[in-house]
Design a protein around this ligand. Structure first.
Ligand SMILES: Nc1ncnc2c1ncn2[C@@H]1O[C@H](COP(=O)(O)OP(=O)(O)O)[C@@H](O)[C@H]1O
Ligand SMILES: O=P(O)(O)OC[C@H]1O[C@](O)(COP(=O)(O)O)[C@@H](O)[C@@H]1O
Ligand SMILES: [Mg+2]
Length: 326
């Protein structure tokens, strides 16, 4: 096995709360094991450009609680090209890098796969994404904080919805996966949820409204996942207004507040565990894997098979929503 003396660390894709906690853990674990760390700024863009800087223990002081990423991130069309990846490889070689640790989401790992299928530099992935749409881990860094942020925001929306007897359509993030919408729907006591993975949730919503919700309750919250197959919160609210003109209908798009803020306790702990696990994996001779946590255990999944995932819609999940919104 080639000894690991110097690694490169980057954050890639959309930022997520807990990235800094993870950066800190990777750096501290490396120093503990006498490995040098080179930080890459701006994700794959910075890798292609050789935008590198040295990291030591002080670089990561006082960041565990901070949102965003001190290394900055990017979406990089150039890394999708073989020329871009070749430049990245040349930059890593020039810097004498023995291995790469990447904190990213499904897109970033597709990039990792493309890179490692051509170049022989050991690569370890750590899952982050508020969307939680990745296989190989129960939860990705950032998901817990994002759902807590959505919960706190919708609790406030409920106050005003209740005062005005309104129906609120609240759109949450998730690109085309319904994890945030589903969890938030439960934690705010939403009367209905609309997620990309199911086809008839708007029909179900109409049934709820036809039953005359107003006689039982003075407000109604519908959590809509962005990327919902029947349209976003504005489209669904317009359909509802047309069919039920008697109701007072309002829309709120939560947007980027879900990506920011101080990470939750769970995200800090997960980020810290996975950061250390990534360095242990390298020291154990692992390469081209993602470290994740499944049922409390650290699990290695080959990058080859790490992929995007969607919320599994089974009978138990549907029944839970139906029972809770009765
Ligand atoms: N199929 C691919 N091949 C090479 N690089 C990719 C591929 N898909 C995504 N990437 C790279 O990964 C970056 C991050 O992916 P993105 O989907 O934006 O975020 P995330 O990793 O958070 O899901 C992209 O901007 C691109 O540079
Ligand atoms: O930052 P952008 O490019 O506007 O992207 C918005 C998308 O990023 C996310 O916030 C996070 O997605 P990723 O984790 O895949 O980066 C999605 O929920 C949302 O659809
Ligand atoms: Mg993604």
């Amino acid at each position: 096995m080639v000894p690991i003396n110097k690694i490169a660390l980057l954050t890639s894709g959309g930022d997520a709360p807990g990235l800094n906690a993870c950066i800190r853990a990777v750096v501290r674990a490396s120093i503990f094991h006498n490995i040098k760390v080179v930080g890459i700024r701006r994700g794959y863009e910075g890798l292609i450009d050789g935008d590198f800087f040295e990291m030591d223990s002080a670089t990561v002081s006082n960041i565990i609680q901070r949102g965003g990423t001190i290394q900055k991130s990017s979406r990089s069309p150039r890394f999708k090209t073989s020329d871009g990846r070749e430049s990245a490889y040349q930059q890593l070689k020039k810097e004498g890098i023995d291995a790469v640790v990447l904190i990213g989401g499904d897109g970033s790992f597709a990039g990792s796969k493309a890179f490692t299928s051509t170049y022989n530099i050991p690569w370890i992935g750590i899952p982050k994404t508020i969307d939680n749409d990745l296989t190989g881990t129960d939860s990705a860094i950032g998901f817990d904080t994002a759902t807590n942020t959505a919960m706190e925001a919708i609790d406030k929306i409920r106050d005003t919805a209740e005062s005005h007897n309104r129906i609120f359509f609240v759109e949450v993030m998730g690109r085309d996966a319904g994890f945030i919408a589903y969890e938030t729907g439960i934690n705010v006591g939403a009367e209905a949820i609309c997620i990309p993975e199911t086809e008839n949730d708007v029909q179900h919503l109409f049934t709820v409204l036809e039953k005359g919700w107003g006689r039982k309750k003075s407000s109604l919250i519908v959590v809509v996942g962005e990327g919902n197959e029947a349209g976003g919160a504005f489209k669904i609210s317009n359909d509802v207004k047309e069919k039920f003109p008697q109701y007072d209908v309002t829309v709120c798009i939560l947007g980027y507040i879900q990506r920011g803020g101080s990470p939750s306790c769970s995200d800090r702990v997960l980020a810290s565990k996975l950061g250390v696990a990534a360095i242990h994996a390298l020291l154990n001779g692992e390469k081209n894997i993602m470290v994740g946590e499944i049922k409390g255990d650290i699990v290695y999944t080959p990058l080859e098979i790490v992929t995007k995932r969607y919320l599994e819609i089974d009978l138990a999940r549907i029944e839970l929503i139906n029972i809770l919104s009765t």
